[in-house]
Design a protein around this ligand. Structure first.
Ligand code: NDP
Length: 251
């Protein structure tokens, strides 16, 4: 990664929305896309101040930015974030479906509320935001979804609900690619391995086991996922595809 003030310009004049952009992979992605020249909107639910920090960091790169409180679990807010982005920044060219919740636990301990919440945020919200974005995007539009390495290799028990939700996004991505390809809009999915964030800290209880599951033997950094998203935001002849940024977790 270059210095924080370096900009590259492959996304000059584009507008990106990163859901769940206040922290973690989403915040790094928002900054990465801004460094490519994009104006950026980020959504959050709880992290208003963190989102404001991201907005300021994007503005420091000379780009416009807006933080939107929009809960992906709420149908109107999930789709509405796209419309609010277009109104604030003049359109939408890149949607990064990043917001997600990781509820892990044994099959018989997952509540109905857990099932509904995880599917609402991780699947329904992504579907609705993607549809709203597709309705506004012109040729060159990009829909980039954050999946999970657990769609490719489930490392042990406890992943039933989360893996179900993230695997649905693989199908969504392929079907979107087919539906939108003729309009010059691409859809791809990125599967992070264990990445050091609040959701999955590299010093957490299950961290050592996860690192050992990778081929390279370590957690990834948020910027390593953001780099892949930035590549896909600029790629024309890549669609309907899955990209692992997982240190070899699936190998
Ligand atoms: P974090 O928990 O660190 O950050 C989550 C972000 O999403 C925050 O900005 C949070 O905002 C936002 N968010 C959470 N729920 C909602 C919601 N209902 N509506 C809108 N925004 C919401 O997560 P990560 O950065 O680790 O994860 C990002 C994505 O990557 C997720 O989809 C996750 O499943 C996936 N992933 C992560 C891996 C990892 O090891 N970290 C591995 C594989 C996939 P707020 O500030 O309001 O809390």
């Amino acid at each position: 990664m270059g210095s924080m003030t370096t900009t590259y310009g492959t996304l000059n004049g584009k507008v990106a929305l990163v859901t769940g952009g206040s922290r973690g992979i989403g915040a790094a992605t928002a900054l990465r896309l801004a460094r490519e020249g994009a104006d950026v909107a980020v959504t959050y639910v709880r992290g208003k101040e963190a989102a404001e920090d991201v907005v300021r960091a994007v503005e420091a790169l000379g780009r416009r930015a807006v933080g939107l409180r929009a809960d992906s679990a709420d149908a109107a807010e999930a789709a509405g974030a796209v419309d609010r982005t277009a109104e604030a920044l003049g359109g939408i060219d890149v949607l990064v479906n990043n917001a997600g919740v990781g509820v892990l636990g044994p099959l018989d301990e997952l509540s109905l509320a857990d099932v509904d919440r995880v599917l609402a945020v991780n699947v329904r919200g992504v579907f609705l935001a993607s549809r709203a974005a597709a309705a506004r995007m012109r040729a060159g539009g990009r829909i980039i979804t954050i999946g999970s390495c657990m769609t490719q290799r489930v490392p042990g028990p406890g992943g039933v609900l989360y893996t179900t939700s993230k695997s649905a996004l693989v199908g969504l991505t392929k079907a979107l690619a087919r539906e939108l390809g003729a309009r010059g809009i691409t859809a791809n999915i990125v599967h992070p391995g264990p990445i050091d964030t609040d959701m999955n800290p590299a010093d957490g209880r299950f961290a050592a086991g996860q690192a050992a599951m990778t081929a390279v033997g370590r957690f990834g950094e948020v910027g390593e996922v953001a780099d892949m998203v930035a590549y896909l935001a600029g790629a024309e002849y890549v669609t309907g595809a899955e990209f692992s940024v997982d240190g070899g977790h699936a190998a």
